[in-house]
Design a protein around this ligand. Structure first.
Ligand code: GLU
Length: 473
């Protein structure tokens, strides 16, 4: 059986990290099994439409590196399917259900429905439609359909259970009497999520429906729809909820949930893939760093967990730092150029820029943080009075003079040589330990603690190092 999966977001304006997780797991599963993944925009709720949402979604997937395998062509890529362009299809399919008595029109006003609900909640009964319109005569239905607004509802069987198997949760069953006669077509003629989703999954040949756990309660209705059409069920896989560290549901209120926000804050797409890839699924061993190809190789639905997955930002920071340390320096340089330029740093000396970035990437968890570690290499330092006292002391002055002479006479400013010069300057001036190192670092870097002095000198280069040692303000 060839596998086909889908990512089917409603366009709410941005890609939620939970959406990325769903898309990614579908993608991993498809790629691992020589299958296909499609993107389907579930945009039948006219009231929730957001301008630019789809473009945004597509460009985020592009940045992240997830590609889809099928769909209407769009600028050389496969574009998404849009449910709003498939309304005629849903109209055809609802007729089939009306004909076989699995669905029926309902003319009840919203006032009436509100009243029923109020009464049910007063009596502590389940909130359900009371099937008032189910018993209307065909002749009445036909004439009212021409003159009144109506919805089409799914007729849930009066008794029995809906049973299905979820590949993460196992057997799931629910009594039919607990399920409401779900609206399938709204008064505006648009299908609801449930109806369009099932019709499309069937017509598009989806073999595995993999989505967030929040859709598990909808699945019995979907199963009933498949049964009403006499269609074969796809496999269902419901992925665990994403949680905040306090175990509440991950939501916008508690911080960033939009993938694009993470990207714009300087998290690498490689990190996001890796991090989100481990939210709800465990590899065979304790390994944590995986690129996309490795995730494809390792991924298995069998190791998707049932319990919620905590979105731990500290781990994300750690992981991004790991990526920054390991990544090819040329790749990082390309990505940080705009960040340095925006900060007004002159990066025309490419040797220096590369050395500065090499130093900074060892110390940060995101790209923009590199700026604060790099500024001391570029800007003139203005010392406070307290520091000036240290720098103008007799011993500091002696050390600076000897060291700058050594640098001036050196033909090879490798770190190992610089270390030797510092050592010799200490011996020749008889200044040791803190009294030797602290003033040198301070005069060169403006801080008492920081990178290794030999590294600072090698990054600054001979001219700038001598200038800083001999001429400070
Ligand atoms: N449109 C639903 C969403 O916004 C899709 C759920 C599903 O995958 O069936 O997530």
């Amino acid at each position: 059986m060839s596998i086909k999966v889908r990512f089917a977001p409603s366009p709410t304006g941005y890609l939620h990290v939970g959406g990325l997780r769903t898309a990614l797991y579908n993608y991993l599963y498809a790629k691992k099994n020589d299958g296909k993944i499609i993107l389907r925009i579930e945009d039948t709720d006219q009231s929730r439409k957001v301008e630019g949402a789809v473009e945004n979604l597509i460009s985020t997937f592009k940045n992240i590196g997830i590609e889809f395998d099928e769909g209407p062509s769009q600028g050389g890529d496969f574009g998404p399917y849009f449910q709003s362009q498939r309304l005629d299809i849903y109209k055809d399919y609802i007729q089939k259900l009306i004909l076989n008595k699995s669905a029926y029109p309902c003319f009840c006003s919203s006032d009436r429905l509100t009243k029923i609900r109020e009464k049910q909640s007063e009596n502590k009964e389940p909130i359900k439609y009371d099937r008032h319109c189910l018993s209307l005569a065909d002749s009445e239905i036909n004439s009212r359909m021409n003159n009144e607004k109506y919805v089409i509802r799914l007729k849930i069987p009066n008794e029995g259970e809906v049973i299905f198997y979820d590949q993460v949760r196992g057997k799931v069953s629910i009594e039919c009497k607990e399920i409401d006669d779900q609206v399938l077509i709204k008064t505006d003629g648009f299908p609801t999520y449930h109806f369009a989703n099932v019709v499309d999954d069937y017509l598009m040949g989806i073999t595995h429906v993999m989505r967030g756990e929040e859709w598990l309660p909808s699945t019995p209705k979907h199963v009933l729809l498949y049964q009403a059409f006499d269609w074969k069920l796809p496999k269902f896989i419901h992925l665990p909820l994403l949680l905040n560290p306090d175990k509440s549901k991950l939501s916008k209120r508690q911080g960033d949930v939009a993938v694009e926000d993470y990207l714009s804050k300087g998290y690498l797409s490689e990190t996001l893939i890796n991090f989100v890839g481990l939210l709800g699924w465990h590899p065979k061993d304790d390994r944590e760093i995986f690129n996309l190809d490795e995730l494809i190789n390792e991924f298995s639905i069998k190791r998707v967990q049932k319990s919620g997955a905590v979105f731990d930002k500290e781990k994300l920071n750690w992981m991004n730092g790991q990526y920054l340390k390991e990544m090819k320096i040329s790749t990082i340089l390309n990505r940080v150029v705009p960040i340095f330029e925006d900060a007004g740093i002159d990066i025309s000396d490419t040797r220096k820029f590369s050395a500065v970035v090499e130093n900074a990437r060892q110390r940060v968890s995101t790209l923009p943080e590199m700026i604060e570690h790099s500024i001391p290499f570029y800007s003139e330092i203005n010392f406070i009075e307290e520091d000036k006292l240290i720098l103008t002391s007799e011993s500091s002055q002696k050390v600076f003079k000897v060291l700058s002479d050594k640098l001036l006479n050196s033909n090879d400013l490798q770190e190992i040589n610089i270390k030797q010069y510092i050592k010799e300057a200490g011996i020749e001036t008889n200044v040791k330990g803190k009294d030797l190192f602290l003033p040198i670092r301070l005069v060169l870097f403006g801080e008492k603690h920081g990178p290794d002095i030999a590294l600072i000198i090698s990054i600054l280069g001979k001219k700038e190092s001598i200038k800083r040692l001999t001429n400070f303000h």
